[in-house]
Design a protein around this ligand. Structure first.
Ligand code: SF4
Length: 671
């Protein structure tokens, strides 16, 4: 058994919440044994998911579990809402073992300590939610005195300790899994629905475990908003280390939704933490069959296995050149604040982050190519119709189009090509640093300079000083940051921190290029690399490049990342639960139906939750909610308020739309 905390690591927590902000270093946690498969310490990042079948249907649950294992799940979680389901875990486990599957099983518990205590005697791990393990949620604001608060904590200790003792006796592991939106009234009253509330909620349970000398713990801090989720995990790590704990982290974004949206949202939240070396196991929650989740989680994890190995082999030169950096005084990793920049045309300051798409290799004789980036050309009218995801800039390199671009789509040319343009309206140059410093002509309003961190270390003093002076004095510059570092996000972040420390307010566009990559990996890698910087408010736009990927997909992924980080809203957001054994309707089918009727409602957040037990809490920040309350009946919410109870399922989508209309959020779809 390793020690409670690695003191060297404690000292090395230079990033405040992670080992390092500029080199890849995994936060090494305590090893936790879950059946035959250990996690934490130096074990690979483990993959897991949760069944959606009725736990009482032994064969269906066993068969789904097997499909999940075949798809890459190393642990499988099964809901146990009451004693009978907890008891049936024994049958499920027996049948799985009979069929030769030794996968560790996890009981998912909400509100039912007796079911947890039974399950802990049967299977390898239990998950408890400190927000509802003991407390019943009544959405009350209660003002406790300190002594009343302590009495509450003692009450929890009394009720929770029996489970801890059983886990200790049976060698059962436990996840203390806090969810944003299902915090207890007590925690909400004192800390609000905040990352700090999430951390404190878990810490209360963790301290009870530590007092009982039980350490087979895994911790999670999930939210459907990746920013909240990232902040909560970071705060948890700092708090754990301060209190001498280093339990493994289970990463997940709850209710991520389905398809591209669900994958991008998951990658933004999970990937941001993995980049900083945090995370020991991943569950990606998609409103799809659970066997589709494991490959996404595995793709996210694999990048860091490779990262760790590559990093040992070829440490980037900048590692040796740079001292370990510390967080700039103006940057807070626990709350979102956009980096202060001045505006250059429509970039920076309070402008939404901008999207640049490379069209330099496209057929620039054909205006229909622009439909891939949101501008649909009508030949009859000779005009463009714009959708909600129109790119802001097209990079054309040295190529000149033979048709007129829409007024909203500005063009970026290589410096030499730009110089030769007779009409420079809506056209801007892109320079290298040296080109910019030696240029005899610049644009009056907007000049892009493309560079990477090496400029700071490899250029002559003359170039370096000239560059920094230009950033200070020329308010028409927008920096485009590129990288070929294997740990590129951190390198780019380091560069931006440097600008923050020097109080340079130049806007930044992040450019990332990907080669020999599949569409799925492109989506996940780009969401991680750019999402991590947007989540911290550090950048003013993005430029994704990948030769094998169509500009339509690139544009869609770019806007998906902006939506997931809530930095630029271009579509309806669906907060739909992944479903489980509690689900009261067909979530996938219903989500698709609701999506087909509402996906033109830009900026509206709709929660679609399978059950009333967890749904209302977990769709915490949705504008409207569609929640299963019983077989064939749905309850509709406006934010956290119930507005229509027990609506027959066949009428519920129409009623949801009526509700949206009543609140003035409906617009008719364009035909
Ligand atoms: S909200 Fe969905 S995933 Fe969560 S417990 Fe209810 S049905 Fe299961």
């Amino acid at each position: 058994m390793n020690s409670v905390v690695d003191l060297n690591q404690l000292k090395a927590l230079k990033g405040k919440y992670c080992n390092s902000l500029n080199s890849y270093s995994r936060f090494v946690t305590r090893e936790v044994k879950i059946g035959d498969i250990a996690m934490g310490a130096h074990h690979p990042i483990r993959i897991q998911s949760m069944t959606t079948t009725d736990t009482m249907d032994t064969i269906a649950t066993v068969e789904q579990t097997i499909r999940m294992v075949e798809a890459g799940c190393e642990y499988v979680r099964i809901t146990a809402p009451s004693m009978k389901e907890a008891q049936n875990l024994a049958e499920i486990k027996k049948e799985l073992r009979n069929r030769g599957y030794n996968v560790p099983l996890i009981a998912d518990i909400h509100f039912t300590p007796n079911a947890a205590e039974l399950a802990a005697r049967i299977i390898e791990k239990v998950r408890v939610n400190p927000g509802n393990y003991i407390d019943k949620k009544k959405f009350q604001q209660i003002d406790y005195t300190d002594s009343e608060y302590m009495q509450e904590v003692e009450r929890i200790q009394k009720r929770f300790s029996p489970l801890v003792k059983i886990c200790k006796e049976y060698g059962t592991a436990m996840r203390i899994g806090t969810n944003h939106g299902s915090l207890s009234d007590r925690i909400m009253s004192r800390y609000g629905d905040t990352p700090m509330g999430m951390v404190e909620s878990a810490m209360e349970f963790m301290r009870i475990c530590a007092d009982l000398d039980y350490h087979n713990l895994v911790i999670s801090m999930k939210a459907s908003n990746p920013k909240v989720m990232v902040q909560a995990y970071r705060m948890l790590v700092e708090k754990m280390v301060t209190e001498g704990m280093n339990y493994p982290l289970h990463l997940g974004v709850t209710e991520a939704g389905d398809g591209e949206d669900g994958r991008i949202k998951s990658a933004v939240g999970i990937g941001t933490l993995l980049e900083d070396g945090l995370g020991d196991t991943i569950r990606v929650s998609l409103t799809e069959e659970p066997e589709f989740e494991a490959p996404v989680a595995a793709a996210l994890a694999k990048r860091y296995e490779l990262r760790a190995k590559q990093y040992e082999l070829i440490k980037p030169e900048t590692d040796n050149l740079q001292p370990e950096i510390i967080l700039p005084a103006t940057f807070d990793p626990y709350s979102y604040k956009r980096r202060k920049t001045h505006s250059v045309e429509n970039i920076g300051d309070h402008n939404v982050p901008r999207v640049i798409i490379d069209l330099s290799n496209q057929n620039l004789k054909d205006p229909f190519i622009l439909s891939a980036i949101g501008y649909n050309y009508s030949a009859t009218l000779d005009k463009y119709n714009m959708n909600e995801q129109t790119a802001d800039f097209a990079y054309l390199g040295d190529a000149l189009p033979s048709f007129s671009f829409p007024g909203n789509l500005k063009q970026i040319y290589n410096y030499s090509a730009w110089k030769s343009l007779s009409d420079k309206q809506n056209a801007h140059p892109i320079f290298s640093v040296e080109e910019y410093l030696n240029a005899d002509q610049r644009d009056a309003t907007l000049n892009f300079i493309e560079t990477d961190i090496k400029v700071f270390f490899e250029s002559s003093d003359e170039v370096y000083n000239g560059f920094v002076n230009a950033l200070k004095s020329d308010k028409s510059i927008v920096l485009i940051l590129i990288t070929d570092n294997i740990h590129g996000m951190a390198e780019q972040r380091q560069f931006i921190f440097d600008l923050l420390n020097q109080q340079l307010e130049v806007p930044i566009i992040i450019k990332r290029s990907y080669s020999t990559i599949t569409e799925d990996d492109f989506m996940l890698d780009a969401s991680t690399d750019i999402g991590a910087l947007l989540t911290d408010g550090l950048v003013d736009g993005l430029w994704l490049q990948a030769d094998e990927i169509s500009s339509k997909i690139i544009n869609s992924v770019a806007f998906g990342i902006l939506q997931a980080t809530r930095t630029r809203i271009s579509k309806t957001e669906y907060i739909s639960c992944p479903s489980c054994g509690r689900t009261l309707f067909d979530l996938q089918e219903t989500t698709q139906l609701i999506r087909s009727r509402t996906d033109h409602l830009k900026g509206i957040k709709i929660g679609i939750m399978g059950c009333i037990v967890n749904g209302p809490g977990e769709m915490a920040d949705a504008d409207y909610g569609y929640v299963g309350t019983g077989p064939g009946v749905i309850t509709l919410y406006k934010e956290k308020e119930v507005v229509k109870r027990n609506v027959p399922a066949e009428k519920a989508v129409d009623e949801l739309i009526n509700l949206i209309k009543e609140h003035g959020d409906w617009v008719e779809p364009l035909l």
